[in-house]
Design a protein around this ligand. Structure first.
Ligand code: ADP
Length: 221
């Protein structure tokens, strides 16, 4: 920062005069070390649709195949990075924007990044897609498509019950909208597939998109 451009309120708040610093190791170098590419699998769906359950199963299968995978999960992220955000429309949007940026960094690092967030608005998901595509990273939108009746029957955290009783306001699917993905790369119907089969479908999609090799199994079964 030169004296002729002193920091002002705008630069403090909006990150002007910040320049990207390239390193000596690039994405391809990292992929060579790992034996696979990084990407983001963006699991979206209603609460109780199975995003976390499928994400956990997928991470486990990938790890067993020697693929570096990592989960970003709704409640976990809200404990830390996004602890200051609520569930109003603006905060939901900011929640997704931050997670999208984190996912992008992980994907760039070479990690198969599995994000499990309701992320109910198409515009917000498209924004996350855009930041990946601008960086030349693969973004796969995965619609965990489970009818709300099944989600409500499962109600693993008792949230539907509370929402129906009016104890939670603005609950997605009850009194807040869920916008069904317009053009997801992958759709998983957990009402019809068991968890292992759902994870297998996602592994197959990663192979199809040339993220991981067909026979990535060099660590352990
Ligand atoms: P979300 O992360 O979308 O809120 P969870 O994964 O926390 O959903 O909860 C889904 C619930 O549905 C879990 O209790 C899980 O055991 C159950 N479930 C039953 N069948 C399936 C399936 N085929 N895929 C995923 N979850 C399933």
């Amino acid at each position: 920062m030169s004296d002729s451009h002193p920091p002002n309120q705008q630069s403090v708040n909006q990150s002007t005069n910040v320049v990207w610093h390239d390193g000596k190791v690039n994405r391809e170098d990292r992929a060579r070390v790992l034996g696979h590419q990084g990407c983001t699998l963006w699991l979206t769906g209603l609460s109780g649709s199975g995003k976390s359950t499928v994400g956990v199963a997928l991470e486990h299968v990938l790890n067993a195949r020697g693929v570096l995978a990592y989960r970003l999960d709704g409640d976990n992220v809200r404990h830390g990075l996004n602890a200051n955000l609520g569930f109003g429309a603006d905060d939901r949007k900011e929640n997704i924007r931050r997670i999208g940026e984190v996912a992008k960094l992980f994907a760039d690092a070479g990690v198969v990044t599995i994000s499990s967030f309701i992320s109910p608005y198409q515009k917000d998901r498209d924004q996350v897609r855009q930041i990946h595509e601008d960086a030349g990273l693969i973004f796969l939108e995965v619609f965990i498509n489970t009818p709300i009746e099944i989600c409500e029957q499962r109600d693993p955290k008792g949230l539907y019950k509370k929402a129906r009783a009016g104890e939670i306001k603005g609950f997605t699917g009850i009194d807040d909208p869920y916008e069904v993905p317009v053009n997801p790369e992958i759709e998983v119907k957990t009402g019809e597939l068991d968890v292992e089969k759902a994870a297998d479908e996602l592994v197959a999609a990663l192979v199809r998109h040339d993220i991981i090799p067909q026979n990535a199994s060099h660590i352990r079964k």
